[in-house]
Design a protein around this ligand. Structure first.
Ligand code: CAA
Ligand code: NAD
Length: 284
């Protein structure tokens, strides 16, 4: 199994920027790609803020932090990912959009490259079917925020090889993460359990059982969660939560996963959570 030295990350939003940061902090050369130049600008800022925060808390040496910033390149040109040993995508949670990207990545990536998805819920087998190398396609599901959260969920598609699995697991462990493995079913392990809870919190608000503050306080103080479910939904992004619920609903074929209408209405209104400054709560 070859040691991975160069990494491409596609999608420079909250997850992609955090994954790119992890790669650079652990000795890889990293190219972070986004089609939106503003997203790349925001990623540059959030990565240096996060690295400075880790340095100031004593979690990272100044030398490693400075070196990490020197091993990160920002681009909008897919061709620049040509030399990557692994490319991890973290773009929108849409099967069609991700499949189109996998088709392009299969074309530009070197033959030995692993193509990984940070999808929260979508079938890895179906994403792999867009490529000519399904044995080199795998799910690497990081948690938000990637530099802090200790877990990576790994999902093998129907044809993922043992070698691809070992490389992905070794990389996640090199990043200091604990790995859990899920079979390729909608939502995998974490979101299969987490998202119905968040959806239920929206139903609790929608049906007037309690205020948003009391729902969140109930779960924070009542069950020791670091964030209440509505606050967490804002942190994840309401668009992402809705997309995941839709995948669970269709993929698992049970009405208990039907997305709450209130969640859909927030997304329709552009209230996507913290990243837009407004979601269930107003961050303005
Ligand atoms: N970069 C660097 N350091 C960071 C950071 C970042 N992006 N975010 C937080 N930190 C550090 C802080 O510096 C602080 O360090 P110390 O403990 O050394 O002081 C520590 O993390 C805690 O941060 P804060 O004090 O600022 O804030 P907090 O205590 O509220 O913690 C949090 C923030 C870690 C996000 C915490 O609120 C939390 O764990 N929330 C729940 C997160 C969660 O559930 N994530 C999973 C979402 S589901 C998912 O990701 C899957 C999916 O597909 C949707
Ligand atoms: P985000 O909205 O913060 O960022 C997505 C980025 O992808 C945007 O900057 C957008 O410009 C870019 N993008 C969209 N299409 C692109 C394309 N074709 N090529 C290049 N860039 C493109 O989203 P996010 O929260 O970072 O989520 C990204 C992925 O990670 C999703 O699949 C999501 O389900 C998954 N995920 C999210 C979380 C979370 O808490 N938000 C946690 C784990 C996994």
């Amino acid at each position: 199994m070859a040691v991975l030295k160069a990494m491409g990350v596609v999608g420079g939003g909250q997850m992609g920027s955090g994954i790119a940061q992890l790669g650079a902090m652990h000795g890889l050369d990293v190219w972070l790609l986004d089609t939106d130049p503003n997203a790349l600008f925001r990623a540059t800022n959030s990565i240096s803020t996060s690295i400075n925060r880790l340095i100031s808390k004593g979690h990272l040496s100044k030398a490693v932090g400075t070196d990490a910033l020197r091993h990160l390149w920002y681009t909008s040109n897919l061709e620049e990912l040509r030399s990557a040993d692994i490319i991890i995508e973290a773009i929108v949670e849409s099967e069609d959009v991700k499949k189109k990207l996998f088709l392009e990545l299969d074309y530009i990536a070197k033959d030995s490259a692993i193509l990984a998805s940070n999808t929260s819920s979508i079938s890895i087998t179906r994403l792999a079917s867009a490529t000519s190398r399904p044995y080199q396609v795998i799910g690497m599901h990081f948690m938000n925020p990637p530099p802090i959260m200790k877990l990576v969920e790994i999902i093998r598609g129907a044809d993922t090889s043992d070698e691809t699995f070992s490389s992905a697991k070794t990389l996640a462990e090199r990043f200091g993460k604990t790995v859990i493995c899920s079979r390729d079913f909608s939502g995998f392990i974490v979101n299969r359990i987490l998202m119905p809870m968040i959806n239920e919190a929206f139903y609790t608000l929608y049906t007037g059982v309690a205020t948003k503050e009391d729902i969140d306080t109930g779960m924070k103080l009542g069950t020791n969660h670091p964030m209440g479910p509505l606050e967490l939904a804002d942190f994840i992004g309401l668009d992402i939560c809705l997309s995941i619920m839709k995948v669970l609903h269709v993929g698992l074929g049970d009405n208990k996963y039907a997305p709450c209408p209130l969640l859909g209405q927030y997304v329709d209104a552009g209230r996507l959570g913290r990243k837009r400054g407004i979601g269930v709560y107003d961050y303005g």
